[in-house]
Write a protein that binds this ligand. Structure first.
Ligand SMILES: Cc1cc2nc3c(=O)[nH]c(=O)nc-3n(C[C@H](O)[C@H](O)[C@H](O)COP(=O)(O)OP(=O)(O)OC[C@H]3O[C@@H](n4cnc5c(N)ncnc54)[C@H](O)[C@@H]3O)c2cc1C
Length: 460
């Protein structure tokens, strides 16, 4: 391993508070705390409103739980829409946009599942009342059919299926996926207007549910309709573009007026105004320059359409930057004085920024960094990292891991290199498959969830 000339720290370093593997509130992420709070209020109001519904229907065993699931579904959807709003004001609620996107992936099946079970539980209610199940489930079944609601449910199920369709291009997937919000909200709005539900009968719950629905709608309108006009942006222009090995572009952007102030490890969305493209789509890239540098650097691996066309960026060409976003930054984890960082392929970018910042940040830490590459020819940032290690304030062990000759890096190998210490946190960045695999390995070797900080380069 390449190391700094400095000697390793001999004094005891403060140890991050052990939060253990338990499920105490302290180990719950900000996003999940929000979910628990919103579901808690919703459940309380549903419970308080149960007497109002009991006049029209037997509340137990079907109607009450069915209504509870429907209000949970709407509450979760409102949070999902808030999580994906891409707003710097909102992302702290979730601990960063990257975590918000991950939370949205976990909540979406729960929200849709809640709505489906809600409808299933209505079947016995309708049958007990001598009504028609066809009217409940099938659009246009009769003059009394709940056609609008059942159409909304069918559309929701189809759109949910499309969210997992691998065959769609990212652009196609995104434009279809964006519509799931309004489909859900229209269905929810229609159900709020129905007679005989707790929502209709109990004023505080009605107020709360409409509030959640409007929050979700507002977030969706901001993100899907208004973003390109109203989202705060920074104007940059191309300063230099260098093509490195492994199809990587090093792009340096100069601020035209004010510049992005970022924490190392965060990412921005980029737009090239004036490009003749289908639609308007922002692409996320981690910032690979230090916050102390005037120019903003992006290190981009050419993957498809947008990234390949970056080679034709002209000097001085305007580039719009939105952000910064994300919680993948060591500064949010100040308690962890020992960090194990592993970047695979282009997943090294956030660590480039962190190590460059190390030269000036006056924040001594013990760091181990692995740069995992397919082969030695696919390591465009190896030389830069070695240089940064030399200049770093912290004591850094750096290793280039060539998987073609050494096999895949495993968590067991990392832990062995770091032993006997065990009070470190691990930061992982790379493809979703790499990050998931490493996370699983570390957890199975006993590292607690809250010590694994991960970012994968995926929004889908
Ligand atoms: C938080 C984050 C940070 C990232 N940081 C970097 C980085 O520092 N360097 C780097 O090279 N790449 C980074 N990426 C990946 C980069 O955004 C994609 O490679 C790029 O957008 C691909 O666009 P494309 O049209 O060239 O390729 P495509 O062939 O269209 O897409 C390739 C894959 O990239 C993803 N993708 C495509 N378009 C978008 C989009 N608009 N938004 C989100 N994902 C998209 C999809 O999963 C798609 O399957 C990051 C991604 C995320 C989510």
């Amino acid at each position: 391993m390449a190391t700094t000339e400095k000697s390793p720290p001999t004094f005891p370093m403060p140890v991050a508070p052990a939060r253990g593997k338990g499920f105490g509130l302290a180990s719950v992420s900000p996003g999940w705390r929000l979910v628990l709070a919103v579901l808690g209020i919703t459940t309380l109001l549903w419970f308080l409103g149960r007497e109002e519904v009991a006049h029209a229907h037997a509340f137990w065993p079907w109607m009450g739980p069915s209504l509870l699931l429907s209000v949970w579904g709407v509450a979760l959807m409102a949070i999902i829409l808030l999580a994906t709003a891409r707003s710097r004001m909102i992302e702290p609620l979730f601990g960063g946009l990257d975590r918000a996107i991950r939370l949205h992936r976990q909540l979406a099946p729960l929200a849709v599942g809640a709505v489906v079970v809600h409808v299933i539980l209505l079947v016995p209610v309708v049958m007990e009342a001598g009504g028609s199940v066809g009217d409940l489930l099938i659009p246009f079944w009769s003059a009394d059919a709940a056609t609008a609601e059942s159409l909304a449910l069918i559309a929701l199920l189809i759109w949910t299926g499309l969210a997992y369709a691998k065959w769609l291009s990212y652009e196609g997937w995104l434009s279809l996926h964006t519509l799931i919000g309004p489909i859900f909200l229209i269905g929810a709005g229609l159900s709020f207007l129905e007679e005989g539900t707790t929502i209709a009968a109990y004023e505080p719950l009605r107020f709360w549910m409409w509030f959640l629905l409007l929050v979700g709608l507002g977030a969706w309108i901001y993100r899907a309709l208004l973003y390109r006009w109203v989202a705060p942006r920074f104007n940059y222009s191309l300063q230099s573009l260098t093509q490195l090995e492994d199809d990587t572009l090093d792009i340096s952007l100069r601020p035209v007026d004010r510049r992005v102030l970022h924490e190392p490890g965060t990412f921005v969305f980029v737009n090239r105004p004036g490009q003749d493209r289908k639609g308007w789509e922002l692409h996320p890239f981690s910032i690979s320059s230090s916050p102390t540098e005037r120019d903003l650097r992006l290190s981009v691996r050419m993957a498809g359409d947008f990234t390949r066309r970056l080679t034709n960026l002209e000097p001085g060409e305007p580039v719009e930057v939105f952000g910064p976003f994300g919680g993948f930054t060591p500064h949010r984890y100040a308690g962890y004085r020992r960090l194990v960082c592993i970047g695979a392929g282009i997943g090294i970018t956030p660590f480039l920024a962190m190590l460059r910042f190390e030269a000036t940040n006056n924040d001594f830490r013990r760091i181990w960094l692995w740069y995992v590459v397919r082969n030695e020819g696919a390591a465009p940032y190896d030389a830069e990292l070695r240089q940064s290690v030399e200049e770093a304030d912290s004591y850094v062990d750096y290793e280039l891991w060539d998987s073609s000759s050494r096999g895949r890096l495993t968590a067991a190998q990392v832990m062995e290199a770091v032993a006997p210490l065990d009070d470190y946190a691990v930061m992982l960045c790379g493809t979703p498959a790499f990050v998931e695999d490493m996370r699983r390995q570390f957890q199975s070797l006993g590292l607690s969830r809250d010590r694994i900080i991960a970012e994968d380069f995926r929004f889908r």
